[in-house]
Write a protein that binds this ligand. Structure first.
Ligand code: PHE
Length: 340
C-alpha cells in the first residue's frame, strides 16, 4: 500500500522544481505516465484492506485531481512566461522607416520611342519588329545597293564571322520583310529598333543608335502624304515653337529623297558640335519608295506607290531636352539618366 501523503509531498516538491515546459512534461510522465507513480497508487486500491479501501480510494482520487490541476496551471504559467519573453527579446519595431528601394525608370531612348509610337499610333500606324542581325542582301542589295554601289560607303558596319551576315546599318531592311509579309495589302507601319555603324564617334554620331523606320504603301500615295505625315508628326512631338526644314537628298532606295532637319539656333551655346554652325540638326531621311524596292517587296510599281522614312530618336531627344552629346545615351551614367 502506497503512502499517499508521502507521494503527494514528493510530487509537489518535484513540480515546484520545474522551470520550463520540458521539465513539466517529464514530471507528468513520472507521475501520470503509463507506469506513473500516481496511477500505480490508484491501481493499488485492490491490495488495500477492505475497511480502508474507501477512504484510500477517495484520497488517491483527490490527490490525482489536485496534482493534475496544479500541473495544468504550471504549464499555462510557463507558456505565458515564454511568450512574454519572446515578445520582449524578438521585438520587431514596425514603426521604423523602411529602407527606400531605388526606383528605376525607362531609359530616355525608350521614353522617346514611346512618344513616337503614340503619335504614329494615332495616325493609324502599326508597330512592326524587324531583326537586328541582317544579311547583306536585305540590308543593301534588295534596297537597290548592289555590292559595287558607292552608297554603301555611307553605311559601313560590323561583320560577323558568317559571310554575308551583318549588324543592320539602318532599319530600312525591315521594309522588305514587311512588304513580303503583307503583300498585297496596303501598308502603314513603323519599325523601331537598334542599328549599328562602324564610324567615327562624335557628339552627334554613335556606333549604335535607334531608328524608327516608317513605311506606307498603297495606291496613289504621293510626296504630299509624306510631307503631311512628317509635318504633323514634328508638330506634335516638338510643339509649335520648333521649326523643321525639308530639303532634297539622295538615298538609293527612295526616289525622290529628302532629309528633315530640326532647327538648333546658332546662338544656343551647345549648338556648336551638333549643328555644325548650320542652325539645323538632321533627324530623318525619307522619300518615295524606289520602284526597284517596291518590286523586291512584291508590289508592282505601276499600281502601287509609297513613302518611307527613317528617323533617329536619340537625335530627336537631344533637341527636345537640350542634350549636347549623343555619347551620353550609352555611357550608363546615372547622373545623366536620372534627369529624365
Ligand atoms: N535608312 C536611311 C538611313 O539610315 C534613312 C531612310 C529611311 C531614308 C527610309 C529614306 C527612307 O540613313
Amino acid at each position: 500500500m502506497v503512502d499517499l501523503a508521502t507521494l503527494e509531498q514528493a510530487a509537489l516538491t518535484a513540480l515546484q522544481a520545474c522551470t520550463d515546459e520540458p521539465a513539466l512534461r517529464a514530471w507528468n510522465t513520472r507521475f501520470f505516465g503509463k507506469h506513473g507513480e500516481v496511477l500505480q497508487a490508484l491501481k493499488g486500491v485492490g491490495a488495500v484492506p477492505p475497511d480502508q479501501r474507501k477512504s484510500y480510494g477517495q484520497e488517491a482520487n483527490r490527490l490525482k485531481e489536485d496534482l493534475l490541476a496544479r500541473y495544468e496551471n504550471a504549464l499555462a504559467e510557463v507558456r505565458a512566461r515564454t511568450l512574454e519573453q519572446s515578445l520582449q527579446t524578438d521585438r520587431l519595431d514596425i514603426t521604423l522607416p523602411g529602407r527606400p528601394a531605388p526606383r528605376g525608370r525607362l531609359h530616355l531612348s525608350n521614353q522617346t520611342l514611346r512618344q513616337i509610337y503614340a503619335i504614329f499610333a494615332d495616325m493609324g500606324f502599326q508597330i512592326y519588329r524587324s531583326r537586328e542581325i541582317e544579311d547583306d542582301l536585305t540590308n543593301f542589295e534588295l534596297l537597290n545597293m548592289p555590292p559595287h554601289h558607292p552608297a554603301r560607303d555611307m553605311w559601313d558596319t560590323f561583320y560577323t564571322t558568317t559571310p554575308g551576315v551583318i549588324l543592320r546599318t539602318h532599319t530600312s531592311p525591315g521594309q522588305i520583310h514587311v512588304m513580303r509579309e503583307l503583300f498585297p495589302r496596303p501598308i502603314r507601319v513603323i519599325l523601331p529598333g537598334m542599328c549599328y555603324r562602324y564610324e567615327q564617334i562624335t557628339a552627334r554620331s554613335e556606333i549604335m543608335f535607334h531608328q524608327v523606320e516608317g513605311l506606307v504603301i498603297g495606291e496613289k500615295i504621293t510626296m504630299a502624304d509624306l510631307k503631311g505625315t512628317i509635318t504633323a508628326f514634328a508638330r506634335r512631338l516638338f510643339g509649335p515653337e520648333r521649326q523643321i526644314r525639308i530639303r532634297s537628298s539622295y538615298f538609293p532606295f527612295t526616289e525622290p529623297s529628302i532629309e528633315v532637319d530640326v532647327d538648333w539656333p546658332k546662338d544656343d551655346p551647345i549648338s556648336g558640335d551638333i549643328s555644325k554652325g548650320t542652325g539645323w540638326l538632321e533627324i530623318m531621311g525619307a522619300g518615295m519608295v524606289h520602284p526597284v524596292v517596291l518590286r523586291h517587296g512584291g508590289y508592282d510599281p505601276a499600281k502601287y506607290s509609297g513613302f518611307a522614312f527613317g528617323m533617329g530618336p536619340e537625335r530627336i531627344a537631344m533637341r527636345k531636352y537640350g542634350i549636347d552629346d549623343i555619347r551620353q545615351f550609352w555611357k550608363n551614367d546615372l547622373r545623366f539618366l536620372s534627369q529624365f
